[in-house]
Write a protein that binds this ligand. Structure first.
Ligand SMILES: Nc1ncnc2c1ncn2[C@@H]1O[C@H](COP(=O)(O)OP(=O)(O)OP(=O)(O)O)[C@@H](O)[C@H]1O
Length: 244
């Protein structure tokens, strides 16, 4: 589906994230070419695509961890290019939540302390303790609260990183393959927790190979050879055809 957006066409205050003609090159390789989309506040989207297609690169750009080679990214209607380092870290620390394989837990802190760390840094330890406990319970980490990261499985580390991101109730969560390394039941639980976050008004952008998880998002995009296309409608049509 062709994107015909542009921030001037929509109302800036309902907009969470917008990419306009974003291209990312690494040396001579063009990983993303002319990527454009817009996500409104409170919406959820999945990014699907084969391994190496550019999903992590896209999430890193949208998470303000990489800069585009050309094109523009707007966060809540605000152009990202041109912001100072301080303004960017402010956005990263207070508005965005990351669940990336690379966003490691701190090795010397227990699961509980890792999850509460952002709250401690923000001076909100007391008010976030209850929510931390709820998330730990929902994500099946209750018996692992006092463990150090090296004592956890990959799946437990991912769930702890998810709890750490959710506890601060950011505006937008960016999650890269949040259900990798999880069995079906735990993947469903993570999906439920993400839906719960959405119900609390948090927007979600999720890169995944997990189709049931992608289906639980309002919108689905696919990356193929560097191009991003919105497949939400075609997916729905396929589902309807399959269903009857
Ligand atoms: N820093 C970098 N320098 C050079 N090439 C890079 C860099 N980061 C990513 N790439 C390349 O960009 C392409 C897309 O990588 P990316 O990690 O975004 O894919 P992906 O869709 O997330 O893959 P997967 O599903 O396997 O995690 C790959 O060919 C990768 O080698």
């Amino acid at each position: 589906m062709m994107y015909r957006g542009g921030s001037s066409l929509g109302s800036g205050n309902s907009m969470m994230m917008e990419a306009i003609d974003v291209t990312k090159r690494f040396g001579k390789d063009t990983v993303l070419a002319s990527v454009s989309f817009r996500l409104d506040k409170g919406q959820s989207m999945a990014v699907l695509g084969p391994s190496g297609s550019g999903k992590t690169t896209l999430l890193s750009l949208l998470g303000l961890l990489l800069t585009p080679s050309s094109g523009e990214i707007l966060f809540q209607g605000q152009r990202i290019q041109g912001l100072s380092d301080r303004e960017l870290s402010n956005l990263r620390n207070h508005q965005l939540g990351y669940v990336f394989p690379s966003s490691q837990l701190i090795g010397s802190l227990t699961v509980w302390d890792n999850i509460l760390l952002p709250a401690r840094l923000a001076g909100k330890t007391r008010e976030k303790q209850k929510r931390s406990r709820e998330l730990i319970e929902q994500l099946g980490l209750a018996t692992r609260m006092d463990h150090l990261p090296h004592q956890l499985s990959f799946g437990q580390k991912r769930r702890a990183a998810l709890a750490r991101a959710l506890v601060m109730e950011p505006q937008l969560i960016l999650a890269d393959e949040p259900t990798n390394d999880l069995d079906d039941n735990m993947a469903k639980e993570v999906s439920r927790v993400l839906q719960g976050a959405k119900a609390r008004g948090i927007s979600l952008i999720i890169a995944t190979h997990d189709y049931p998880l992608a289906e639980s998002m309002e919108r689905r995009f696919r990356i193929d050879r560097g191009r991003l296309s919105d497949v939400t409608v075609t997916d729905r049509e396929l589902g309807e055809r399959k269903g009857g």
